[in-house]
Design a protein around this ligand. Sequence first.
Ligand code: PMP
Length: 396
Amino acid sequence: MFESLEMTHPDPILTLSEHFMSDTNPRKIDLGIGLYKDKNGNTPVMESVRIAESSIVDRAVDKVYKGSSGLDGFCDVISWLLFRARSNLIEYGRVLSIQTIGGTGAIRLAAEFLKQINPKKGVWVSDPTWGNHIDIFSHVGMQVSYYPYQEIGGDLNFPVMLESIRKIPEGDVVVLHGCGHNPTGFDLSKYQWGAVLEVVKERGLFPVIDMAYHGLANDLCDDVYCVELFSDHLDEMLVAYSCSKSFGLYRDRVGALVVLGKSRDSCVKAKLHLARLARVSISSPAIHGALIVSEILSSPDLKRMWVGELNLMSIKIKAARKVLINEARMQGCDDTFRNVCSGVGLFSLIPVGREDVGMLREVFCIYMLDSGRINLSGVNNNNVGYVVSSIKTLLG
Ligand code: PMP
């Protein structure tokens, strides 16, 4: 059977990371994979995570299975983290969460669930978007289409985006990035979220909000604006939540799919269906990282510490944007880095072609995605001059 397989390619983002690791040039700079990096280019374990982890390891009495919906305590703290300002929804039973294998697992579960409920519905993602959105929804057999988001090499094209969403067939699924849009870094303003909500209501669209960078675009409150707004006006939606970046738990694979339903009964039913779907793919999720998150979020001291660390990360990403823009100004090529000014969160797209990206990697040992997406936290005072001058040299 394997002889007849067609050749396929490994995932470009993960492969890029492997190439970076094996590059022996001391000048190498990683602006590729979406990891938060400190000023030395490292991704250290957060202090709150370290404390919570050692406490749960010390207290562990067993490692027996949990159910398909994961750790109840974790599901509760994630619902509260997202809907703290809408606690009535939790109290009415209109919000329930199920634990997943990272944000990816949440998107996958959402896709399978939506496909099962209505096999004919299509799904709409932003152009551009995180590549795995397209792969996951296509994989479950949903027709994936695009709404424009960024003008080629330019700004967020909101009027065109909105008009395009207005034309989506009634009842289709629309995927929206909650904050820190990957890859553009362009988030919607409050006014723009309001306009999208109106169209979502008008067309009866079903929103899936992907929340993979909570706290890293602005802060924990600001970053859930769209979740709160949509939950004030809609009966149903799904939020795919990732703990990978905001808790630095990347390889522990912690996430949740959060259900907003019309009633307690419908939420319970939805969660049971999701648990059945989880059972046939993963049986039950990995608990270690979920224990860490629930330990942090249920201890006031640890939570305070985590919020402080997260805020600092967010501030540092903003500072890295400034450092890059200032350097670009000094070197007289600020136009190339124009998008960096108006974006938030980890990412920005710079206007370089695939070949330029290859040259940057081969000649200058600067690693970024083929799309020109850069991870701002990889830029620091030590490497910014080299990053800007290399890109400037290449683009002439
Ligand atoms: N959604 C988006 C937009 C992402 O960028 C990512 C991570 N790159 C995910 C979801 C998935 O996150 P996780 O690593 O938790 O699976």
